[in-house]
Design a protein around this ligand. Structure first.
Ligand code: ATP
Length: 292
């Protein structure tokens, strides 16, 4: 038996760091939304009880270092499942890009194995398990749009934002989330994103207020490490983007636009500059779809 599960990327509409906690994690406040750039995770039942994994991107680890492998192992051990699984990841989301590709693969593996192994766990139970793999995994279990707090694992569901186009551009460098957080001095952050205003923009489906409320406190850290991030942001703004922000710890930058003519202009400007450019929609908007 084999099932295929979609593992969509996320973007941060806001990312705020409130404090560094004694356990080493940062206390965050983030508005996140899923977009329709997705990996495909194929899960094939193995009667011999083994867990094996292959990924279309050869540089992604295929052992316990892979978040999807971790997810399968955790679920098998916790619920003493005798069956195994072969996981195949068709990688479409750029790696180490601030788009939560690995976390989304883990979440898709948990959702898919819940079906394949007949575990009948609730989404909340899967999210709780996912939090042991990574802070972004619980959000990826639900998808849609949400406010994430704590270390990112506490999820409050939000309504659908105003529909728009999202143009993603990733410079040809990877960024380690741990390095970026490591260089952040939480107590010295001068400008925090207006999270409350973003929540209002979403509930009112107010596109221009959403664009005005974008903010990410990690941007300055990554901009120092990767100057190309600023160049991409500047290019997007000069090409008429309504809102521009770096996602997560970067280096992917996204532009929000409503008019299709602007999409073409921004896409063409970026294509001369970076290879990885994607035009996507947010999932869970009026004309998007929700995760199954
Ligand atoms: P986040 O936004 O959650 O910080 P990211 O998008 O910045 O994540 P990922 O693409 O998840 O980063 O990759 C981060 C690291 O995780 C990579 O260095 C990679 O080797 C490792 N990794 C483990 N499992 C996966 C996976 N299934 N897909 C991609 N990377 C993975």
């Amino acid at each position: 038996m084999r099932i295929s599960v979609k593992a969509p990327a996320k973007i941060n509409l806001t990312l705020d760091v409130l404090a560094k906690r004694p356990d080493g994690y940062h206390e965050v406040e983030m508005v996140m939304t899923t977009v329709d750039l997705a990996d495909r995770v194929d899960l094939t039942l193995r009667e011999d009880g083994l867990i094996t994994l292959d990924c279309s991107a050869s540089f992604v680890p295929d052992d316990i270092r892979n978040h999807a492998y971790k997810a399968a192992t955790l679920l098998k051990e916790r619920y003493q499942v005798s069956q195994g699984v072969h996981v195949y990841i068709d990688k479409q989301i750029p790696v180490a890009a601030g788009l939560a590709g690995g976390s989304s693969d883990a979440a898709a593996t948990l959702r898919g194995l819940n079906q394949l192994w007949g575990l009948q766990l609730t989404q909340d139970e899967l999210a709780e398990l996912g939090a042991q793999i990574g802070s972004d995994v619980p959000f990826c279990i639900y998808g849609g749009t949400a406010l994430a707090t704590g270390r990112g694992e506490k999820i409050e569901h939000l309504g659908a934002p105003a529909a728009c186009w999202v143009i993603l551009a990733k410079p040809p460098v990877g960024v380690s989330t741990a390095d970026v957080y490591g260089q952040l001095r939480a107590a010295e952050i001068e400008t925090h994103p207006p999270t409350g205003q973003m929540l209002r923009a979403i509930s009112e489906q107010n596109f221009s207020l959403m664009c005005k409320s974008l903010g990410n406190v990690l941007e300055t850290v990554t901009l120092d490490m990767q100057p190309q991030v600023r160049q991409i942001k500047d290019l997007m703004i000069a090409s008429g983007a309504d809102g521009v922000l770096m996602s997560g710890s970067g280096p992917t930058v996204f532009a929000l636009v409503q008019k299709e003519a602007k999409v073409h202009r921004i896409y063409n400007a970026l294509r001369g500059f970076v290879k990885d450019v994607f035009v996507v929609r947010m999932l869970g908007t009026q004309d998007g779809e929700m995760l199954a």
